[in-house]
Design a protein around this ligand. Structure first.
Ligand SMILES: [Fe+2]
Ligand SMILES: [Fe+2]
Length: 277
């Protein structure tokens, strides 16, 4: 009985929706397709043929959403959204919906759009937020790894792989941040304040940018290897609290490094290269 009533209500709902769609199409006030995804596609700059990098730059909160859905927006940013969805085995509509919702949520936040901000402010932001975070987290994670490998390493040999990869990542990042802070970023700030390029020890700015991007790729590969070794940071049944803290901290470190690389690869470096021309 109740089932029949529900079916009748559903039929009425479909009829009403169809009528509204037809009426909207007639008035030109509504798209004839009425799903929320289709409506958002009308108003948002989100299309399947845009590259992941373009969307990461243009759509607020996109990087966090890509992070959550397992779409690589750093080193794999050159792919179109539909290619990236296919390779992550995720529905395009689901991603478009998530991007539209994330963008809407961001419009109610006060997150800064760095695409047009002065370059010296962007550099200061990267150093104060992301470089400071990397420097603070590395010793904490090394200590946590030491502890968890000591207790669980025998039963979980993959932890030793994670520790070795993280040690390589920490060493590479220490040298990388130093190069940015001592060589590239001061040059960018000088360019930004003078509106042009002065003498440098590296010829064109494209040279250090290329090296930094190669190092970002190497960091991305180590992050990927750690994620693979831990089956996406899945905790085993015998994991203790420190094990859980370690995996959460590694996942957070990865998310922050992706944001950090995004700001440099997709916003800072293209603007710096364009300014030199
Ligand atoms: Fe950096
Ligand atoms: Fe960097």
């Amino acid at each position: 009985m109740a089932q029949k009533a529900i079916q009748r209500l559903l039929a009425e709902y479909r009829e009403t929706r169809q009528m509204l769609a037809e009426l909207g199409a007639l008035l030109g006030a509504m798209p004839s397709e009425t799903s929320s995804t289709a409506q958002r596609k009308e108003f948002m700059p989100i299309t399947a043929n845009k590259t992941v990098r373009e969307l990461a730059v243009e759509v607020p909160n996109a990087t966090r959403i890509f992070e959550k859905l397992g779409i690589d927006y750093c080193c794999g940013g050159h792919r179109s959204l539909d290619q990236a969805c296919a390779s992550a085995n995720i529905s395009l509509d689901k991603v478009v919906d998530a991007l539209a919702q994330g963008s809407l949520a961001a419009s109610q936040e006060t997150s800064r759009d760095w695409t047009d901000a002065p370059l010296d402010e962007l550099v200061d932001h990267i150093v104060a937020k992301h470089h400071a975070y990397v420097k603070a987290e590395i010793p904490r994670l090394q200590a946590l790894l030491e502890k968890v490998v000591g207790v669980h390493g025998t039963n979980h040999p993959e932890l030793a792989t994670v520790q070795a990869d993280f040690t390589s990542l920490a060493n590479e990042l220490a040298a990388h941040l130093m190069k940015e802070e001592r060589i590239l970023f001061p040059y960018v700030k000088q360019m930004s304040s003078s509106g042009g390029c002065g003498p440098s020890c590296f010829g064109t700015v494209q040279n250090p940018v290329r090296v930094m991007m190669m190092e970002h790729d190497a960091a991305g590969e180590l992050l990927h290897a750690m994620r693979e070794a831990t089956a996406d940071y899945s905790l085993p049944p015998d994991a203790c609290f420190s094990y859980g803290t370690l995996f959460q901290a590694l996942a957070d470190f990865e998310a922050d490094l992706h944001q950090h690389i995004h700001l440099e690869n997709n916003i800072l470096f293209p603007r710096v290269v364009a300014m030199e021309k």
